[in-house]
Design a binder for this molecule. Structure first.
Ligand SMILES: N[C@@H](CCC(=O)N[C@@H](CS)C(=O)NCC(=O)O)C(=O)O
Length: 221
């Protein structure tokens, strides 16, 4: 059976978890604490970069969430989550890469603020908000009045962007200036795959205090 090493609060692993659920596959979830367990030799043997997610399919391990999504699509093409028409596939890849290469780094200072670290530089926070606004405006235009990015159906674009964008309001970035994205977000939240993978408020609070402790400890070293 497929095994997914993941963490409840990780957007990187949530996108794989959602894809497994959308494809209605059987899989075993292996929850990592990321409290040092990712450095144990058993885990480093499957991912020397000590990151989750990792997908293990018998004797084959895949690291990097986007590579895992491609593997799932190639092995289990139904339902199809990666279109082949030229504009649709370009849109999916654009949304995936812009989420990972532009949005996720941009929100880092907002993430630190959300977990309660007190080292926030107001200028960095302002820059983070501006960079994020550029991405959100781009996505707002790209989705237009379609139900999903690049397609009338759910694709990996929605799964990748939709594992990060719903966090933004908790980071002080309301979506009200982006009505199409807000409607899209609400639509995703109604899907069982998003509901199943949504961490509880208690899990979020526990994660914040663990991260705070870890990052404070790292800073004082
Ligand atoms: N590019 C990787 C990023 C994975 C990643 O950064 N995972 C984080 C959790 S969100 C992690 O495992 N952190 C623990 C560590 O690096 O020790 C992917 O998309 O799979």
């Amino acid at each position: 059976m497929l095994k997914l090493y993941h963490h409840l609060i990780s957007a990187n692993s949530r996108r794989v978890w959602i894809a497994l659920l959308e494809k209605e596959l059987e899989f075993e979830l292996i929850e990592m604490k990321l409290d040092g367990d990712q450095f144990k030799p058993e885990f480093l043997a499957i991912n020397p970069f000590h990151h989750i997610p990792v997908l293990v399919d018998d004797d084959f391990s895949v690291v990097e969430s986007l590579a895992i999504l491609d593997y799932l699509e190639a092995k289990y093409p139904k339902p199809n989550l990666l279109p082949t028409a030229e504009k649709a596939i370009a849109t999916v890849r654009m949304v995936e890469m812009v989420t990972i290469n532009e949005l996720m780094p941009a929100i880092n200072p907002l993430f630190r603020q959300m977990i309660g670290l007190s080292d926030n530089d107001p200028q960095q926070i302002e820059q983070a908000k501006q960079k994020s606004a550029t991405v959100l405006a781009f996505f707002e235009k790209l989705i237009g009045d379609r139900p999903y990015f690049g397609s009338e159906q759910l694709t990996y674009a929605d799964i990748v962007a939709g594992s990060t964008i719903p966090w933004l309001p908790q980071m002080g970035l309301a979506l009200e200036d982006y009505p199409q994205l807000q409607t899209w977000c609400d639509r995703l939240m109604q899907r069982p795959s998003w509901q199943t993978t949504q961490p509880s408020p208690e899990a979020i609070e526990a994660f914040k205090s663990r991260m705070r402790a870890l990052m404070t400890q790292n800073q004082s070293q």
